[in-house]
Design a protein around this ligand. Structure first.
Ligand SMILES: C[S@@+](CC[C@H](N)C(=O)[O-])C[C@H]1O[C@@H](n2cnc3c(N)ncnc32)[C@H](O)[C@@H]1O
Length: 272
């Protein structure tokens, strides 16, 4: 590990926002975040502002990832290297003394930020522009304004957010949810894109009253579509289509809730 001697970044006035390595995510939160981001063996985990290296060591030792940390504070980097050696993952952990604002994020499979709103404002447009693959971005502590979290990830980790900013096709969620007030199925589509058109196609309408209402609303830099229908009027499959600048995408699922998700599905109980 080659760390160039230098004055601290603070002394040069180069840091801003949160820059205290002692402000660390607890280890269990790191684990939950990595599970939520589905970090897999041999994937590349990049941590911007890696502090004392706890996240790097957990990613390498417990998830089998290759871990790369960027951190301006030299003593923090030294601690990270020592921790990696102690944990026996010195060959899978690297740190570099660098300004995270200029780090190339493109090779990351999972990119971790625990930096605060000022950095989010600065980094979000850069990441949107540069990330071209399905990199999962973990943002500990603060939301990234305008990004839509990956649906479901908050169930397994509630101390931050997981995003896939480069993937406009991802966020079609098909867990049937029954609106208990109306008895209608409501399904939601998320897109990190400006949608130009949405349409629903139904295969197997059994009742000519069966129809699907679509409504779209802007959610930050993306959009969210709600599709709602009465499950008693539709059997077979429902396909939702959406078109955005990045292309067309679709999601397909059963019209009736044959396999209800116990967390969201509430049976339509008869009135007593
Ligand atoms: C809040 S701490 C997070 C530490 C660790 N990632 C965690 O979650 O426990 C932010 C880290 O980012 C580093 N940092 C802040 N600005 C930086 C910059 N411009 N370049 C590189 N590192 C920076 C700080 O020195 C600090 O260690």
């Amino acid at each position: 590990m080659n760390l160039e001697p230098t004055t601290t970044a603070d002394e040069r006035g180069e840091l801003f926002g949160v820059h205290i390595p002692e402000l660390q995510l607890p280890d269990d939160e790191y684990r939950a975040a990595m599970r939520a981001a589905a970090l897999a063996a041999d994937e590349l985990y990049i941590e911007l502002g890696s502090g004392h290296g706890n996240g790097l060591v957990i990613a390498a030792a417990e998830f089998g990832a290759r871990a790369f940390g960027v951190e301006y504070l030299e003593d923090a980097n030294e601690r990270a290297v020592a921790a990696a050696l102690r944990a026996g993952v010195g060959d899978r952990v690297n740190v570099r003394r660098e300004d995270l604002r200029t780090t190339d994020p493109t090779p990351a499979d999972v990119l971790y930020l625990h930096l605060g709103p000022a950095f989010h404002d600065l980094l979000a447009p850069r990441l949107e522009r540069m990330l071209t693959r399905s990199t999962r971005v973990i943002a500990a502590g603060w939301r990234v304004p305008g990004w839509l979290p990956v649906p479901g990830t908050q169930d397994s980790w509630d101390a931050g957010y997981v995003y896939r900013p480069a993937d406009p096709l991802l966020h079609a969620t098909w867990g049937p949810a029954l609106d208990s007030d109306t008895g209608r199925i409501v399904r939601e589509f998320h897109a990190h894109a400006d949608l130009e058109a949405i349409e629903a196609r139904v295969d197997g309408v059994v009742d000519d009253q069966g129809s699907i209402e679509l409504s779209a609303h802007v959610a930050g830099r993306g959009q969210s579509i709600l599709a709602a229908w009465d499950p008693t009027t539709i059997a077979g499959e429902v396909t939702l289509w959406a078109r955005c600048r990045a292309g067309r995408f679709s999601s397909r699922g059963a019209g009736a809730p044959s396999a209800p998700d116990p967390r969201t599905y509430q049976p339509n109980l008869p009135a007593t």
